[in-house]
Design a binder for this molecule. Structure first.
Ligand SMILES: Nc1nc2c(ncn2[C@@H]2O[C@H](COP(=O)(O)OP(=O)(O)O)[C@@H](O)[C@H]2O)c(=O)[nH]1
Ligand SMILES: [Mg+2]
Ligand SMILES: [Zn+2]
Length: 295
């Protein structure tokens, strides 16, 4: 390797990242310059890297512009970029253990709709929750056009379905800790560890960062668990548009500025009463609108 080449970042440490070049299958270590002007690379980034003067090590020259960057707020009001260039949000939730939080799922789906990412729902631990629970939850999401797969990584249940669903996509697994993200990542062929950034990268290994696995034309990113997930506050009309099943009835409410709470002649409310909008989805809408802390 003599000149500048493009590589996909798969894991990031403090001073170096692992990245896969072109058609190669093994990741290589790429160092960051001490005073680099580019943003800190994240999994999913495309970087340009060239050999260092010693010709032995590679160094990142630039980070290519991102089509999308997934940012999340951390404690203290700061934001952290989790992943770049994804087009699909694979929301992972355990049917039980930890208890399922539909409000978190609905926040993540609304976030996906807002940013024009494809949402998909992966429900794990059907063996612990039972089939009726699995069917009940998956049907809520099938009804609104979100693919919902039931997966049990240990037995392989649902794994090939998921592979087909995200083929050629740039997907990221997102969800609470302990729901099975890393198990899914491994079941698809992803490797949990990609070498020791401590030894090679002059820095501390970040065990809390995301990891990427290339799958054909696409890739899948495993991410650390998110405890909570909030959407920036927005007016009712904008939030209702992110709940796809509310769009049509929202156009039939008596008042054009209806917030779909307790206004008379609210067609959204009527749809909930009639059973065409799932009560849990409506509860999530109200919770997000009220700016309540995530359940
Ligand atoms: N019984 C059962 N356990 C599962 C299933 N999926 C994952 N687990 C277990 O749940 C625990 C957490 O899984 P992990 O993949 O580390 O979750 P992550 O924190 O989301 O990455 C592990 O002990 C897994 O073996 C499942 O479908 N059924
Ligand atoms: Mg994990
Ligand atoms: Zn209304």
């Amino acid at each position: 390797m003599t000149q500048v080449r493009r590589a996909r970042v798969i894991a990031v440490g403090r001073n170096a990242a692992w990245a896969v070049f072109g058609d190669e299958s093994e990741p290589r270590l790429v160092n960051f310059r001490k005073k680099a002007r580019h943003p800190m690379p994240v999994p999913g980034d495309l970087v340009e890297a060239a050999p260092q003067a010693d010709a032995e090590h590679l160094v990142v020259d630039s980070v290519l512009p991102r089509t999308f960057a997934l940012e999340r707020r951390t404690g203290g009001g700061r934001t952290k970029t989790m992943a770049a260039n994804i087009d699909t949000l694979a929301i992972v939730a355990a049917l039980t253990d930890p208890p399922i939080r539909l409000a978190l799922i609905d926040r993540l789906i609304a976030f996906a709709v807002l940013h024009e990412l494809e949402p998909a729902l992966i429900l794990t631990k059907p063996d612990l929750a039972g089939e009726p629970a699995a069917d009940e939850i998956s049907s809520i999401y099938h009804r609104i056009g979100v693919p919902a797969l039931i997966l049990q990584p240990k037995t392989g249940r649902g794994v090939e379905e998921l592979r087909a669903l995200i083929a050629a996509r740039a997907a990221m697994l997102i969800g609470q800790s302990g729901v099975g993200k890393s198990s899914i990542f491994r079941a698809l062929g992803g490797i949990g560890t990609v070498g020791d950034l401590t030894r090679f990268g002059r820095g501390r290994q970040t065990t809390t960062s995301a990891r990427l696995f290339r799958m054909g034309d696409g890739f899948l990113i495993d991410s650390p668990g998110i405890g909570e997930f909030t959407l920036d506050p927005m007016p009712a009309i904008e939030l209702a548009a992110l709940f796809v099943e509310m769009r049509e009835p929202a156009g039939r409410c008596r008042f054009s500025d209806c917030r779909h709470l307790s206004e008379p002649g609210c067609a959204v409310h009527a749809a909930v009463e009639a059973g065409t909008i799932a009560p849990s989805r409506y509860a999530s809408y109200r919770e997000i609108l009220a700016g309540e802390a995530p359940a």
